[in-house]
Design a protein around this ligand. Structure first.
Ligand code: FAD
Length: 478
């Protein structure tokens, strides 16, 4: 066994781990990066990027098919060439992966250690069976992996996850998708828009992590118009009959179905990669799911010299947070024991389905309903949304009834990725509704829908305070 001594050891060469390594090296300390799997990051290889590439191809076809309503004929005959679409997705994906591989290749010799890391002691790791690393501080950045419920394992080799989808050489005719979270919605809708017959089954009624019921219902209704979608599915029987996945279920309208599909996609959540780390030797406290307890403002686990970042910490499972947390953990690991706390950015997530989803700020359940007003805007008759023929969805913005300060928002609708950013920035700047409404809004734009929601909340706020809201200029037709 080779023994090495370093200041910082980072476990996992994903987005969080790479950011931690960069921060530690920038701080001038001696650091190593340990990786057991494929290099290139989850985001680039099997996550954010290939999923958006597949969606973009699917939306292109969908939009083209929809042109007849605008008087442009002939596009309904367009057909996807599945082998070509998947090949395109992989080629573009590989280019994103290459960017990461180039960065790793450029690291000086000895920084990248290949093999699975596990703790032998709070400051000691074993990598594979050949290297022992003694580190003053350690960053755990091991990511997460698809979590597949046992009941789906009956489908054997017909069962795939998002890790497998982009490696298919072609797409089959019929796929069952289990899950109704962000990954299920994005991949399921992409497949549906590529003319694959989709049956999507959620559990317990949750959709896209939305907790505001009217917004969730608006999204579920829009999706159910496009493909079979039951967010609270009760499957009577799932089996593999003559090698064919067979599903017996009752749809929400009470009709009984027997559907045979070619593949089953499990998009039923992701679980932190922590088990192989032997955290029992790390001397840190774990929660009931086996995830280390840590401080979100420093990423430090308890009072130890161990830090955690990215999807493996079980909160904020999004790319920008993996990068932010990695940088923070790497900074603090390098300066340990002089750990510094920062104010974290506003929580913010997007789902790239259509309608898109944005969730910003305080979680809806955490809001004090007595002290909160909800401003609402529907996109059904919103001018620009109608022009774009994307007039589905609902936006709710939450504000403190007393101060008018924005607290959060949940919405589904067109261009929600952009409205979500405006809201996240407004929250981060701690704007009140009055202040947000003094900002410019062009016409005709989807942002006018956001203004309608802000105005509605502002009116309710002023009603709560028995005041007259300040007069604001209106925009024609919106
Ligand atoms: C299909 C899909 C779509 C997504 N779309 C989006 C999106 O649109 N926007 C968004 O913000 N987020 C999206 N995400 C989430 C985003 O990809 C993740 O939040 C992000 O990639 C997490 O980065 P990470 O560094 O925590 O983990 P990873 O990139 O997974 O890195 C962890 C690394 O640790 C390694 N490792 C694990 N255990 C060990 C060990 N014991 N020893 C050594 N190495 C180990 C792994 O091999 C891996 O390389 C998506 C995810 C998926 C799956």
């Amino acid at each position: 066994m080779k023994d090495i001594k370093v200041d910082v050891a980072v476990i996992g060469a994903g987005t969080a781990g790479m950011a931690a390594l960069r921060a530690a090296r920038l701080a001038g300390v001696n650091a190593v990066l340990i990786e057991s799997g494929e290099l290139g990051t989850t985001c680039a290889r099997v996550g954010c990027m290939p999923s958006k590439l597949l969606l973009a191809a699917a939306n292109g076809l969908h939009d083209a098919h929809s042109l007849a309503a605008r008087g442009i004929e002939g596009t309904h005959a367009l057909e996807p060439d599945y082998a070509h679409v998947l090949d395109y997705v992989r080629r573009e994906r590989d280019d994103f992966v290459k960017g990461v591989l180039d960065e790793v290749d450029a690291l000086p010799d000895g920084i990248l250690l290949r093999g699975g890391a596990r703790f032998e002691a709070p400051t000691r790791l074993v990598v594979g069976d050949r290297v022992r690393v003694e580190a003053k501080s350690i960053v755990i950045a091991t990511g997460a992996a698809p979590s597949v419920p046992d009941e789906l394992k009956v489908f054997g080799d017909r069962l795939i996850t998002s890790d497998d989808l982009f490696e298919l050489r072609t797409l089959p005719k019929r796929i069952a998708v289990f899950g109704a979270g962000p990954i299920a919605l994005e991949l399921g809708q992409a497949l549906a828009r590529l003319d694959v017959d989709i049956f999507m089954f959620g559990k317990g009624g949750g959709v896209a992590a939305l907790t505001d019921k009217p917004v969730r219902d608006a999204l579920a209704a829009a999706l159910a118009d496009e493909f079979y979608f039951d967010p609270d599915a009760k499957l009577d029987k799932m089996s593999l009959e003559d090698g064919v996945p067979t599903l017996r279920f009752t749809s929400p309208d009470g009709e009984e179905h027997v559907e045979r599909v070619d593949l089953v996609l499990a998009a039923t959540g992701r679980k932190p990669n922590l088990k192989p780390l032997a955290l029992e030797n790390a001397g840190i406290e774990l929660n009931d799911k086996g995830v280390p307890l840590f401080d979100e403002t420093t990423m430090r686990c308890g009072t130890s010299s161990i830090f955690i970042a990215g999807d493996c910490d079980g909160v904020r499972p999004w790319l920008h947070d993996a990068a932010d947390e990695g940088k923070l953990a790497g900074d603090n690991a390098a300066r340990y024991p002089d750990v510094q706390a920062i104010k974290r950015k506003v929580p913010f997530s997007i789902v790239f389905s259509e309608p898109q989803v944005a969730i910003v700020g305080a979680s809806y359940e955490a809001l004090d309903r007595q002290m909160t007003v909800t401003g609402e805007a529907s996109f059904e008759s919103q001018g620009r949304s109608r022009v774009m023929r994307q007039n589905r969805g609902l936006l709710h913005v939450y504000a403190d009834a007393k101060t008018g300060k924005l607290r959060g928002a949940q919405g589904c609708g067109p261009a929600m990725e952009h409205l979500g950013h405006l809201l996240a920035w407004a929250l981060q700047l701690e704007l009140t509704l009055d202040e947000a409404l003094t900002l410019p809004f062009y016409h005709p734009v989807v942002e006018e829908g956001l203004r309608s929601a802000l105005k509605d909340a502002n009116r309710k706020c002023h009603e709560e305070r028995s005041e007259t809201p300040p007069a604001l200029p209106g925009a024609a037709g919106c």
